[in-house]
Design a protein around this ligand. Structure first.
Ligand code: SF4
Length: 205
């Protein structure tokens, strides 16, 4: 019988490292789901509400809009609006209207929202801990591989928003090294950023 091409087909998986990596990534994404779900149960908030609070805690105001959040979390605008409405009712976020456009607003944390976000921000620490057991070299190889996968998924339209070096207009390769024009510095492999505050999207011609 012809082998099914699924990475979840155990015969294929046992013979191909690519399939094993796909399945391992799926396990990790399951771990994120479980940890986020536990956090949401403890706080009587939905997983997406927790994610919104954490995003607002660490990102500048211009990104804290319903439309941006919808792209960030691959959800529809009405779904994000519902979550924001619920966070407003719980007094965890507040709206800042744009004086130039009354239909537009950004969302910010209230004092209580900031506390809730800070409490939940390390929900993934159980995934961070085992990294202590991995060497610096292995981590660099992992990061390089993951960035490449994210970049290709971004190009394929599976992951929409990206704020990593490889999609940034400030990124270039100089003499074979990663280089950031904004920081005016060479970036070592372990300095490449996944979510950079200064990221400026590349304009594709
Ligand atoms: S601005 Fe940030 S994302 Fe862009 S190249 Fe520099 S470090 Fe990387």
């Amino acid at each position: 019988m012809k082998q099914m091409k699924s990475p979840f087909n155990l015969d294929r998986q046992n013979n191909e490292i690519d399939s094993k990596i796909v399945v391992a990534l799926e396990r990790l994404s399951g771990a994120f789901r479980v940890l986020l779900w536990n956090e949401s149960k403890q706080n009587a908030l939905s997983p997406i509400q927790i994610q919104i609070l954490i995003f607002l805690l660490f990102h500048p105001g211009e990104k804290c809009k319903v439309s941006y959040l919808a792209q960030e979390f691959n959800m529809t605008k009405p779904t994000i609006s519902d979550s924001v409405k619920s966070l407003l009712e719980k007094d965890l976020v507040k709206k800042y209207e744009d004086p130039l456009d009354i239909r537009s607003y950004t969302i910010g944390l209230t004092g209580a929202g900031k506390q809730a976000a800070m409490k939940s921000a390390d929900f993934a620490s159980a995934i961070e801990e085992p990294l202590n057991l991995i060497s610096g070299e292995q981590k660099e190889a992992m990061l390089a591989g993951l960035l490449k996968i994210i970049l290709e998924l971004n190009r394929a339209g599976v992951i929409t928003i990206q704020r990593m070096c490889f999609t940034c207009s400030n990124y270039s390769v100089v003499n074979g090294n990663h280089y950031c024009k904004l920081l005016q510095a060479r970036l070592a492999n372990n300095e490449l950023r996944v979510d950079c505050k200064e990221h400026e999207p590349k304009v594709e011609l």
